[in-house]
Write a protein that binds this ligand. Sequence first.
Ligand SMILES: [Zn+2]
Length: 286
Amino acid sequence: MLRKQVAGALASAVLTGTIALGGCAQPGAQQVAQPEAKPAESANEAQNREALYQVSLLQSLTEGDFEGSVTVGDLKQHGDTGIGTFDGLNGELVMLDGQVWQAAGDGSVNLMEDTATIPFGNVTFLDSDETLDVSGAASFEALLKQLDGRVEELGINNFYAVRIDGTFDKMNVRSEHKQEQPYPTIVDALAADQTFFDLEGVDGSMVGVYCPPYMASLNSAGWHFHFVTADHKQGGHVLDCVVGKATATIDQTKEFDLALPGSQKFESTDFTVDRSADVKKAETNE
Ligand SMILES: [Zn+2]
């Protein structure tokens, strides 16, 4: 009960702001989402299908700000596809087709209730602008290089959400066990409670977000991918992979919607400190 009240108070304290990056020209697009396809307005605001919605800052996670501030139910108002983590850094979040899955530290994958809360995440409504055959990519690095090639042509200063469906000869993912208050930094939490899963010959979906270089102090610049198997039994944060036969669906997004948590921890964090090394370590485990 207490947690519910706290979560409600935080949710009502969420601050939102939208940055629009201009028009909708999509060179090379095979399909373009039609504005009239927008769903009906929700209670308080229209669902913007062309914005990348972000809960808090990745830099807050590096400081151990793991307290959930937005519910899974609220997240669904802002997208159907995305990545993130749960209250207490309780596993990796993968949102696919409007469903929110937790790839937990014990290796299980669980469908999460709308009342679960998240301290960090990025979601959007995936409207395919184009597809790309990424079959045979020999490593995660090779896959990202191929995606970077498209982003360089489409414009590196926009946001992109990508979903890659197919077979994966290898998929190396990690997750982590839930942390307890007082929370450690993310680097310490991962050092103590990170778990690794090396999957072979699996069908599934990778969900990724690309942030432009100027986002480095709010998130991490470049790509961030999570994965879940087609049977929703295994998954996590992607560290490496070998792609079998797979297709990437790419959605260019020109707006950014940031929901700050408004918590005491957030308000008291000094964001002038450069946390790029911690962010890189948390993302790549290197
Ligand atoms: Zn991740």
